[in-house]
Design a protein around this ligand. Sequence first.
Ligand code: NDP
Ligand code: MG
Length: 334
Amino acid sequence: MPAKIYYDKDADLALLKNKTIAILGYGSQGHAHAQNLRDSGCNVVVAELPGTANYDLAVKNGFKPLSTEEATEKGDMVTILLPDEIQADVFRNQVRDHLSPGNVLICSHGFNVHFGQFNLPEGVATILVAPKGPGHLVRSEYEGGGGVPCLIALGEGAGDETRKLGLAYAKGIGGTRAGVIETTFAEETETDLFGEQVVLCGGLTALIKAGYETLVEAGYQPEMAYFECMHEVKLIVDLMYQGGMNYMRYSVSNTAEYGDYTRGPRIITEQTKAEMKRILQEIQDGSFAREWILENKANAPRFKALRRKDREHSVEQVGLQLRRLMSWIDAKEV
Ligand code: NDP
Ligand code: MG
């Protein structure tokens, strides 16, 4: 069944007229939601931690940041745009007791709601309004008269009236200019985790490292291995982004295209797909979420060790040197 998509004509900003929207966290998403909503005529308050760069940014953008508790008290709609791994603690200690019946809690990723990390008070509904793009794009597209497509989902306590409020909110951040797709908390959370683990972050980095290591172990120069296995990924991905695999294959040589059809399936095999299914199972049955929540409760020792190890990988050392030679790259160093 094709997804239900909402546009500007399906959303009414007037529903937000007498409401205050509290944006908790002025980071990537927070700064975009807050400013877009304000520019759409909404009454917005923001919460940030004093003494942080994003607090200063909020002040520079004309807001007077409040504490999380104060902002929640003021908000009829409260959007939690804090890092996902701290949301449960902040919700329990600083948000829950300051929500009132009739308030709507909005999030931009379903993890905490879907995995039962928020214990919502009576009379408070929750919805997802999630831009499918980073905050800076949500802001710049809006400023240019466009918008980034969004997802909307109804959570606990939410019905048709809450959907209308959610669509109005999505219109306020520019989402309905591009289209707002209806989904569920389960679908958004599970597909998001699956995508980042199997294809986007986990799958891609494992593929790049394995290819790079294979060439270097065979005696090829690390610089050559870097260009082939990492740098050129962007060229290929850009082509697929513009015109799918068909366009990518139309653009590369016939030799590359033949190698693609005959060798690709030897790399991603039936066995790989069986492992993907196991990873999906761990997401669906909550065992990944449990593992990640416990890891954070223990101050993330395994996470930090894994991060340290991969930061020292030779593909990263070589890449750092090579990127400095390519002045057209907006090179970043972590
Ligand atoms: P960021 O880390 O960019 O921003 C979070 C902000 O919250 C930071 O400014 C942080 O300050 C601040 N903060 C941290 N702790 C507190 C606290 N206790 N009280 C008040 N403020 C605090 O997060 P994102 O914008 O990336 O993510 C927010 C939500 O949006 C998440 O649910 C995420 O999954 C979702 N999302 C993100 C997308 C993205 O592209 N970034 C896309 C779609 C959804 P400091 O930096 O000083 O720690
Ligand atoms: Mg409130």
